[in-house]
Design a protein. Structure first.
Length: 367
């Protein structure tokens, strides 16, 4: 952790370019919970084709600005839309805290960081980044590791009471941090690129930089090759015993990432050859995978995203989706009164037949 520091000779303030690579996402499948959309008299599994996708290479500009974080806006803005307030009522508390912290930052004297470092401030997005391993590995870390590849020094600014997992990740990956709610003065990284461009760049960089941490990981022989990643407290499978029994017959071993250390999570993800997992932060650990992993992602039909499908393609893996049973009022809430994150935290009921079809599909792809 850094504190107040005497400024050294500063970096020249100029735009930093981070370049992406082309990404080809192969055709894949999603198998639904049996429903009557295709046959009103008899519910059945529907097989949906996810078409082949091509993401072209493009550059993203990061613009360092010398000054104080109390005065400079950052490259990612906090969402304040009505949808967020409706679907995440507790975000009202976070917004109130943000207003208080912003006022405190402006009224407090700024901490001066080393002027030979770029500062990456994660505090404006603590609702997303702090404590969420997926948002750190997928959103923040690709930028930091790309800047390190360019031989740039970066310091990460965390909130005063940053989560232990955040501190551990940055420490393990060798990035100094400043934990404070005050303003910090230095070369602040701000972005000129559209957020969508940045998101596509990040997806293309999934796993691109993580091989350099191989020496940190635990030997591969200590971990299974077929893994079922379950969850304990939220977004659980309501018929998990049925799904667990089905998967155990195929040789899968169930794990809870909540029970594992960071290095155990990364090492298990590195070694896996086929993974069945509920959509969530745990799947981001597959950035460490070096086995062209096959992933079956279990999703709520109201929150079936393309993110991990793209990520798995970027590490030469194969993806397949299985959606859970549709709840009552599903169409009204998703289509007629769009609430895209309403179902993100819902529990899931997964059909064993749908899961079996997904396993057969991935098996047909070979190695």
């Amino acid at each position: 952790m850094l504190s107040q520091t005497v400024l050294e000779e500063p970096y020249p303030v100029k735009s930093l370019k981070i370049s992406s690579q082309p990404l080809s996402i192969p055709e894949s499948r999603i198998f639904t919970f049996p429903n009557r959309l295709g046959n009103p008299w008899q519910p059945d599994v529907m097989e949906m084709v996810s078409q082949r996708e091509q993401i072209d290479p493009h550059d993203v500009e990061m613009s360092p600005k010398t000054g104080s974080t109390g005065d400079i806006r950052f490259h990612v803005k906090r969402a304040k839309s009505l949808e967020v307030l409706v679907n995440r009522p507790f975000s009202l508390i976070n917004i109130t805290k943000k207003i208080y912290k912003d006022s405190r930052k402006k009224l407090s004297s700024a901490i001066e960081a080393p002027s030979t470092h770029y500062l990456f401030d994660t505090r404006d997005e603590i609702f997303w980044h702090d404590g969420n391993i997926a948002h750190i590995l997928c959103n923040v870390m690709p930028i930091l590791l790309e800047l390190r590849r360019q031989e740039k020094d970066v310091t990460v600014i965390l909130r005063q009471r940053a989560s232990d997992i955040s501190k551990q990740i940055y420490a393990l990956m060798g990035f100094p941090t400043i934990s404070t709610d005050k303003a910090v003065k230095g070369n602040i990284l701000a972005g000129e690129a559209h957020n969508q461009d940045l998101q596509l760049w990040r997806v293309g960089c999934f796993g691109r930089y993580f091989e350099q941490f191989e020496s940190l990981l635990i030997p591969q022989s200590d971990f299974p090759e077929k893994v079922f990643i379950s969850r304990r407290n939220s977004r659980i499978i309501t018929n998990e015993s049925e799904i667990d029994l089905r998967l155990s017959k195929f040789g899968f071993q169930k794990v809870y990432f909540e029970d594992l250390s960071l290095l155990e999570q990364w090492s298990l993800a590195r070694n896996a050859k086929i993974v069945v997992g509920i959509h969530g932060a745990a799947l981001a650990n597959l950035a460490f995978n070096r086995n062209a992993v096959k992933l079956i992602e279990l999703m709520h039909p109201g929150y079936a995203t393309r993110f991990y499908r793209r990520c798995i393609a970027s590490i030469d893996g194969h993806w397949c989706g299985v959606t859970a049973q549709m709840p009552k009022e599903f169409i009204k809430d998703l289509e007629f009164f769009p609430k895209p994150r309403l179902f993100a935290g819902y529990d899931l009921k997964i059909d064993p037949k749908s899961l079996g079809l997904a396993l057969e599909f991935l098996e047909s792809l070979g190695t």
